[in-house]
Design a protein. Structure first.
Length: 161
């Protein structure tokens, strides 16, 4: 059976860290050229698991442009990364201010990036978003699931009602 992605040579831990550093600079400064240069010309970027994948340099550049139009004060930090063969895995957190209403939005998530010849061929990003729209609500108790369970973010365990 053939895989949909046939990776090239494995990447090193340091190489993965350098790519993430370049990603942070390009993403937070909204540098379309630098951002697109991180990806192969026919790369697939999935910035949200519920979005259709973005394929190719033009779609990836347009995505970054639309983000730049809607947010300001973008901060991003990769907390930790791992490398397995030609795949980079990374945990991250960041924040930005929405231009439409000036609200601060905090995000955290996980990224996978698959490489060939030093450039990303396919990247997937999963994000959890929180914002300051509910003053006075304990942020460790704000997110309630559809079945009445609450996620307590301080210890990561679910506790029922």
């Amino acid at each position: 059976m053939t895989s949909a992605f046939d990776p090239g040579e494995p990447i090193g831990y340091a190489e993965g860290g350098e790519w993430l550093d370049a990603y942070v600079v390009a993403r937070t400064t909204f540098s379309g050229d630098a951002f697109v240069d991180l990806f192969s010309p026919d790369a697939v970027l999935m910035p949200d698991p519920f979005m259709s994948p973005l394929t190719g340099s033009n779609a990836i550049r347009a995505y970054l442009g639309s983000v730049a139009d809607s947010v300001t004060g973008c901060e991003l930090e990769f907390e930790r990364h791992w490398v397995s063969g030609a795949t980079l895995l990374a945990a991250w957190h960041g924040s930005f201010v929405r231009r439409v209403d000036g609200r601060l939005v905090r995000e955290a998530g996980f990224m996978t990036a698959e490489f060939r010849s030093g450039r990303c061929e396919r990247a997937r990003i999963w994000t959890v978003t929180g914002d300051d729209r509910t003053p006075g609500v304990d942020p460790t108790r704000r997110y309630e699931g559809e079945y009445g369970a609450r996620l307590t973010r301080s210890d990561g365990r679910l506790d029922g009602r």
